[in-house]
Each structure stands twice: as structure tokens, then as C-alpha cells.
Design a protein around this ligand. Structure first.
Ligand SMILES: Nc1ncnc2c1ncn2[C@@H]1O[C@H](COP(=O)(O)OP(=O)(O)O)[C@@H](O)[C@H]1O
Ligand SMILES: [Mg+2]
Length: 385
């Protein structure tokens, strides 16, 4: 047995959820060979026990196949993050952190951002889910390349769809093509709750949630159902978009959701032929707003044709064009968001007690449908008035 044989055998072992093997990732270390006995270490970035077990099993099998008689595979994994330090109501307790992605208006790149941030977080070794809560315009399945995939149903629960190393669920995956639904407040609330309760999400480090544009029932229901760890606002540099984004940042404040930052999308244009960056909508105009809310612009994503084609073709840039400027900026933004989330948890986490409804369960004082059913004495305490 030689080190070459060992490495070649281990290069058949894929890192769970990725299309790259553990040798190419650079995770294999300290190979020791004694006759046909092999020992080595695999240093992984995920703390999920099933990831470690899968690697152990597959590595042992691969080495036995090439003649090893004894295999000692030591998996070095980061500490399991301590139970989420967050408090209050959580109807999806297997999820440790929730990232709410919001914007003031549609078409600013909220879904594009959610998809690419989710993939970039997963590439950091985190277990990530992506919930497309934009029930009016569910675009995530197409952007993730799973527009035609229907989810598996397990009893009265639904399994999330897997793509690019993450788990995904969307209203688009549950309804027939092109079907449009008219949502009233109470229905939106039910849908958001079911997305959290009735989807069989794994133990996730982070669930990225692509919200409908604006600040409405969906946002409030989410904040009341789970302790949202952090909020991310997506805006374009034009003043009209900024006005709306201010409302979205203000909503985070009202709901006691810490702000992880602002992504200024369509910030400049990078010409694909020359690589020259042009300013179109006025770059950096979001900076004063960031200061006002004591946060930062964590990425300026240029208009790049690869971002649009990536979305339309279901091959997000962070995966399909990792060397593009946009991909690099999404990756840096994801790292910044995760650092913020870890800091929030280290400082005691979040608590959603203060935004719980004072109305009966299932009835929102804010929703059009619910307000009629709510007792006249109720109404306060929902954080949205
Ligand atoms: N930085 C960008 N460069 C090029 N096209 C982009 C960029 N950001 C978003 N797009 C495209 O703009 C359209 C709207 O983006 P989308 O993410 O669907 O917005 P939203 O979810 O806010 O409605 C999509 O076709 C998307 O591919
Ligand atoms: Mg969208």
C-alpha cells in the first residue's frame, strides 16, 4: 500500500452534498501506512454527525476495495454549535438560525441573493436550508434548477428538495405550473407556519428565507413563529428603492431582529467583454441609510449577465461561475453574515417573546382576514402597528 493508492482511493469519496471529493477539498491529512493497515485524518467543516459517519463508511469501503485490511479513519469536525441560544417561540426547533431576506420592492434581486447566499453558506461547511416564502412569486425552484421537481411526501409531512448541497422548499414546488393564488392575510400566515412545521427540514445551521417584498403578514408571522436570528435587506441604488428598503430595515428594528447588513444589488455594471465596471444607478447611495440603521453594505453586487443567466438556467453564479465578481462578493457577504450570526448567538441570541400576538392562536391582529375575527379589545403587541 502506498500513499498514492490511498489518496487515489479516497478521491472517490465525495463530500456529502457536494460534487467534490474529500481529497480535492484538502480535507485528508496525516496518512499513515503500515503494510496493509491505513490510518488517516479527515478534517471537515461540518459538525453534523451524519456527515462524519458517511465519510467514515465510504472511506473505509474505498480503502478495503484497494486492499487495505485495517482502516482507521479519524474524522476531525468542529464542535457541534451549542443549542441555539435563542429564546421564545420556535415551531421549527431543529433549525438553529433563521436569516430573513427582505426587500422593499420586487425585482431588486432578493431571490437571486437568497439563493447565492444560501449556496455560499453551504460551501463554508454549514448545513443550510432555503425557504422560498415569496408565495406570490416563487422563483427559487427555477433559480435552483429544480423547477420540474416535485417533492416527496412522507405521511402528512413534505421532504425538502435537495440541490447544490442545500435543502429547498417553495410554494412553486407544491402547486401546479403557472397556477396563481390569491392570498388573504390568514392564508399567508397558515402557509408560513406550514413551511416551518410540516416540511421535514434536517438539523440545519441556518435556514435562509426569501420573503415576499414589503413588510406584511408573512414577515410578521415568521417573526412570531421562530426567533429570527438576523435580517438581510436587498436594495438597488436608486432612491425609490432606498425609500422602500428603509421600511424594511425599520421593520427589523420593530420586530427586534438584528440586522446582518444590506446588499446593494445592481450596483454598477460589469461589461462581459472588457470587465470594465460602469456606474449606472449610482453606486454607494445606500451608505447613509446603512449608517442610519447602524449597519453596513456587506456587498455591492454588479449587474453581470452571468447572474441573470445563472438564475434563468438554474445554475447560480456562486456555483457555476465562482470566479465572477458577483460570486466572489456573494461569498464574502455570506462569510460576513455568518460572523454576525455567531456574534449574535455568543451575546445571548434573540428572543421573539415581545412580538407574540395578543390575539388567539392563528389569528393575526394585522391580517385583513384575522382582524374581523379578533376580539375588539385586542390589537396591540404585534409589532406592526
Ligand atoms: N446583479 C445582477 N445582474 C444581472 N441580473 C440580475 C442581478 N440581480 C438580479 N438579476 C436578475 O433580475 C431579475 C430579478 O431578480 P430576482 O432575484 O428575481 O428579484 P426579486 O426576488 O427581488 O424579485 C432576475 O431575472 C435576476 O436574474
Ligand atoms: Mg423573488
Amino acid at each position: 500500500m502506498t500513499e498514492e493508492i490511498v489518496k487515489s482511493a479516497l478521491s472517490k469519496v465525495m463530500y456529502p452534498g457536494f460534487t467534490k471529493d474529500i481529497v480535492t477539498f484538502g480535507f485528508v491529512k496525516d496518512i499513515n501506512i503500515d503494510g496493509t493497515a491505513v490510518s488517516f485524518t479527515v478534517a471537515i467543516t461540518s459538525s453534523a454527525p451524519e456527515v462524519a459517519q458517511q465519510i467514515k463508511d465510504e472511506a473505509t469501503e474505498a480503502l478495503k476495495y484497494v486492499g487495505a485490511t485495517a482502516v482507521n479513519c479519524h474524522v476531525q469536525a468542529p464542535q457541534m454549535p451549542k443549542e441555539s441560544s435563542s429564546h421564545g417561540k420556535n415551531i421549527a426547533p431543529q433549525v438553529k438560525n433563521f436569516l430573513m431576506v427582505s426587500s422593499g420592492k420586487g425585482g431588486v434581486g432578493k431571490s437571486t441573493t437568497s439563493v447565492n447566499i444560501a449556496i455560499a453558506l453551504a460551501a463554508q461547511g454549514l448545513k443550510v436550508g432555503l425557504l422560498d416564502a415569496d408565495i406570490y412569486g416563487p422563483n427559487v425552484p427555477r433559480m435552483m434548477g429544480v423547477a420540474d421537481v416535485k417533492p416527496e411526501v412522507n405521511g402528512n409531512k413534505v421532504l425538502p428538495i435537495k440541490a447544490y448541497g442545500i435543502e429547498m422548499m417553495s410554494m412553486g414546488s407544491l402547486m401546479e405550473d403557472g397556477q396563481s393564488l390569491i392570498w388573504r392575510g390568514a392564508m399567508i400566515m397558515k402557509a408560513i407556519e406550514q413551511f416551518l412545521r410540516d416540511i421535514l427540514w434536517s438539523e440545519l445551521d441556518c435556514l435562509v428565507i426569501d420573503m415576499p417584498p414589503g413588510t406584511g403578514d408573512a414577515q410578521l408571522t415568521l417573526a412570531q413563529s421562530v426567533p429570527v436570528t438576523a435580517g438581510l435587506t436587498v436594495t438597488t441604488p436608486q432612491s425609490v428603492s432606498l425609500d422602500d428598503s428603509r421600511r424594511s430595515l425599520d421593520m427589523f428594528k420593530k420586530l427586534n431582529i438584528p440586522i446582518a447588513g444590506i446588499i446593494e444589488n445592481m450596483s454598477g455594471f460589469i461589461a462581459p467583454d472588457t470587465g470594465v465596471e460602469y456606474d449606472i444607478f449610482g453606486k454607494g447611495t445606500s451608505t447613509p441609510m446603512a449608517k442610519e440603521f447602524d449597519t453596513e453594505i456587506i456587498a455591492e453586487i454588479p449587474i453581470e449577465p452571468a447572474v441573470r443567466t445563472g438564475g434563468d438556467e438554474g445554475k447560480p453564479v456562486t456555483f457555476s461561475a465562482p470566479d465572477s465578481e458577483s460570486a466572489k462578493r456573494f461569498v464574502a457577504a455570506a462569510a460576513s453574515i455568518w460572523a454576525t450570526i455567531e456574534e449574535i448567538n455568543a451575546n445571548g441570541g434573540v428572543d421573539n417573546q415581545s412580538v407574540q400576538p395578543t390575539t388567539p392562536p392563528g389569528v393575526s391582529a394585522c391580517s385583513t382576514g384575522g382582524s374581523k375575527a379578533a376580539p375588539a379589545s385586542s390589537g396591540g403587541g404585534c409589532g406592526c402597528s
